[in-house]
Design a protein around this ligand. Structure first.
Ligand code: NI
Length: 220
């Protein structure tokens, strides 16, 4: 597959899924980079030739820049997950800007790339804040269509089952490479989805793909 990641700026302020005609999903991993779990996950993704999207925390990027470089080198997409992972609904405009800018700078410094999308910590971002990060940074806010609650550590097979049963075309799957158990769930999850005929794309590819559909509608 040779897919574009370029979506026009007017595509939408928020996405939790993207209407597409094929069996495409975007799997996303939040809260890294982690020095052990992320490289282990990258091995699993590489073995299956799957590209994912990583919503990274700026201060973790500062601590583990080499892990981010490897993630970028292996063709994955990097998204902005703020610098310090605070609940942003409680923050003022200046603090939101600073959270976004510092994370973007950390990513640029470590790996020479600029994120195209953001995901708010805890999924918390008010509509006005979403419009601000969209207009000032060009980031759509990326939510999800499937949440396996993997941070509660229900066990790898439960995480895998929830992700597989929740998947649907155009879906955005939420997971956290911060947690070892989530990474343990990935061979079963990825192989299960591949067996069902799903193809994995990055979030930006999914949005760009949705734009080309005549019936595309971005959720706002
Ligand atoms: Ni997070």
């Amino acid at each position: 597959m040779n897919l574009s990641s370029d979506f026009p700026p007017g595509s939408g302020v928020t996405f939790s899924r993207v209407p597409v005609s094929g069996k495409f999903v975007a799997i996303t991993f939040d809260d890294g980079p982690h020095p052990r779990n992320t490289p282990r996950l990258l091995d699993m993704l590489a073995e299956r030739n799957i590209k994912a999207t990583f919503y990274v925390i700026g201060r973790s990027v500062d601590m583990h820049p080499g892990v981010l470089r490897r993630t970028v080198a292996e063709g994955h997409e990097i998204g902005n997950h703020s610098h310090t992972h605070r609940l942003m609904t409680r923050l003022g405009v200046e603090e939101v800007r600073e959270e976004m800018q510092r994370c973007e700078d950390a990513i640029g410094k470590a790996a020479g790339v600029r994120p195209r999308t953001m995901r708010p910590p805890y999924g918390g971002l008010r509509q006005g804040q979403r419009e601000l990060v969209h207009s000032e940074f060009g980031y759509p806010t990326i939510m999800w269509s499937v949440d396996p609650l993997d941070w509660q550590r229900p066990g790898p097979s439960v995480v895998a089952r929830r992700l597989i049963s929740g998947a649907s075309p155009g879906g955005i799957l939420l997971a956290h490479d911060l947690h070892a158990q989530t990474v343990d769930a990935m061979p079963q999850t990825l192989d299960g989805l591949l067996r069902q005929g799903y193809k994995f794309v990055t979030v930006s590819q999914l949005i760009a793909m949705g734009e080309t559909q005549p019936t595309a509608q971005a959720a706002s």
